[in-house]
Write a protein that binds this ligand. Structure first.
Ligand code: PGA
Length: 260
């Protein structure tokens, strides 16, 4: 089996101004230690990327944009392109369910953004996952299939080395009522995703692909998620805003890796 690294990604969403972002990085820096097999990725707001790029120790933290536009430049008022982000970030979250649900991103938008990220040397973290209704109606596999195949459509198999996937069942995102995906459900979804990848791009590509899990991951349950076979890390929202929790999650990933 290919030795894949572990990625712990903090998606800060629309939280924290520049000052608060800087403070959080400062606190994380005191608590997180580097490990060659673990990459800690921070996705602050667009506004905080520039100052944080000057602040961070790049051996310890990588930066991610939460989104960007798929055209490289032009009359697209209000947008920021992947081209503009090229020097600042190594990663960009693409197709997050919030973008699909609130901002009308279609399968094709996500496809174009994934291609734009790769074209500009940025690794897209492509989010896929079914909604509650799709889940309840037994549509999960179809939805995952459509999201996956469309998102990767304009990429070559060589490009896939520069792609990360995140399986995020929408019904398990930021749930504060204890509705969580169970490890066996995640296991099945991730196996399905790798089978699809193997069909499309071959076994080797499927085994190399980093696949993260996301959906209400916190310091209490991250171990159970990271121990699901084929899960290569976590995409963490709410709990990534708490430095105690986020540092503890990175530490858990570290413990799992040194034991492996
Ligand atoms: P959550 O967010 O950890 O708050 O559920 C995850 C995400 O939206 O990526």
């Amino acid at each position: 089996m290919h030795e894949r690294k572990t990625l712990i990604v903090g998606n800060w969403k629309m939280h924290l101004n520049v000052h608060q972002s800087s403070l959080l990085v400062h606190r994380l820096n005191e608590r997180i230690k580097t490990h060659r097999a673990i990459e800690v990725v921070l996705a602050p707001s667009m506004l905080s990327l520039q100052p944080l790029s000057l602040q961070i120790d790049r051996r310890k933290f990588k930066l991610a944009a939460q989104d960007a536009y798929f055209k490289d430049e032009g009359g697209y008022t209000g947008e920021v392109s992947f081209t503009m982000l090229g020097d600042l970030v190594e990663y960009a979250i693409v197709g997050h369910s919030a973008r699909r649900l609130y901002f009308g991103e279609t399968l094709e938008t996500v496809r174009d953004k994934a291609a734009a990220a790769v074209r500009n040397g940025i690794t897209p973290i492509i989010c896929i996952g079914e909604t509650k209704q799709e889940h309840d109606e037994g549509q999960s596999r179809q939805v995952i299939h459509d999201q996956l195949t469309t998102a990767l459509m304009n990429l070559t198999s060589r490009d896939l080395d520069k792609v990360v996937l995140a399986y995020e069942p929408v019904w398990a995102i930021s749930t504060f009522d204890g509705i969580l995906a169970k490890p066996h459900e995640i296991d099945q979804a991730i196996k399905y995703i790798r089978t699809q990848l193997a069909d499309l791009y071959g076994q080797r590509a499927a085994e190399k692909m980093l696949i993260l899990y996301g959906g209400s991951v916190d310091d209490q349950d991250i171990r159970a998620y990271l121990e699901v076979p084929g899960v290569d890390g976590a995409l963490v929202g709410a709990a990534s805003l708490n430095y105690h929790q986020f540092a503890a999650m990175v530490d858990t990933a570290y413990q799992i890796r040194i034991r492996a």
